[in-house]
Ligand binder design. Structure first.
Ligand code: B12
Length: 140
C-alpha cells in the first residue's frame, strides 16, 4: 500500500515537472513572422507582409499560406534535385541566370537584430517567432 502511494506521488511530481515544459514549447496558437520584399535592382518600394507560422514549420509553408490568403503576394519556385525548392520569382519578378539576378534569402532576428544569410533555402529554413524574413532581389 505504501509503495503504491509512493509511486503515485512520484508520478504526479513527474507530471508537474513535465507540464510547464510542454506548455513553454508554444505548440499552440499562431506565431507571426514578417516577410519583407526588397528589390535592390529596381529600387521599387519595399513591401511587408505578416505571415502565420505553425510551431517549427518551414518558411515555405508560411509563404504558401500567405499566398493562399493574400492576393498581393505571389511566388514561384523550382525544385533542385539536391537542395529542394529554389525561390524563382516573387510578385512577378523572376531571377534570370543570364543577368545574374536571383532572390536572396536573408533573416533579421528579433527587433533591430543582425541580418543573417541562412545557409539553407526556403524549404529547409525554420523561422523563429518574430523573425523578419527578407526576400531580396539582387545580383550575384
Ligand atoms: C553558385 C551558387 C549559388 C548561385 C547560383 C547561380 C547559378 N545559376 O549558377 C546563387 C547566388 C543564385 C545561389 C543562391 C543561393 N544559394 Co547557393 N550555392 C552556389 C554554390 C557556390 C555553387 C553551386 C554550383 O554552381 N554547383 C555546380 C553546378 C554544375 O551544379 P548544379 O546542381 O547545376 O548547381 C545549381 C544548384 O546548386 C542551384 N543552387 C544554388 N544555390 C542553391 C540553393 C538552394 C536552396 C537551391 C534549392 C538550389 C541552389 O544553382 C546551381 C545552378 O543552377 C553552392 C556551394 C557549392 N560549392 O556547391 C551554393 C549552395 C548550393 N547554395 C546554398 C544556399 C543556402 C543558397 C541560398 C539559399 C543563399 C541565401 N540565403 O539566399 C540562395 C538561394 C535562394 C533562393 N532563391 O532560393 C547552399 C545550399 C545548402 C542547402 N542544403 O540548402 C550551398 C550548398 C552553399 C552553402 N551555404 O552551403 N547559390
Amino acid at each position: 500500500m505504501m509503495s503504491m502511494m509512493t509511486i503515485a506521488s512520484f508520478l504526479s511530481a513527474a507530471l508537474l515537472l513535465l507540464v510547464p515544459g510542454i506548455l513553454t514549447e508554444k505548440a499552440y496558437g499562431p506565431n507571426l513572422i514578417e516577410l519583407t520584399i526588397v528589390n535592390s535592382i529596381s529600387n521599387a518600394p519595399n513591401e511587408t507582409y505578416s505571415a502565420d507560422m505553425v510551431f517549427r514549420g518551414i518558411l515555405l509553408g508560411a509563404m504558401r499560406r500567405l499566398q493562399e490568403t493574400n492576393s498581393d503576394f505571389k511566388f514561384t519556385y523550382t525544385e533542385d534535385p539536391n537542395y529542394g525548392p529554389f525561390l524563382e520569382s516573387v510578385n512577378g519578378v523572376a531571377g534570370v541566370n543570364a543577368e545574374h539576378t536571383y532572390w536572396e534569402l536573408l533573416v533579421q532576428t528579433g527587433e533591430n537584430g543582425p541580418v543573417i544569410r541562412p545557409d539553407v533555402g526556403i524549404g529547409c529554413y525554420i523561422p523563429e517567432p518574430n523573425d523578419r524574413i527578407i526576400l531580396k532581389f539582387t545580383k550575384w
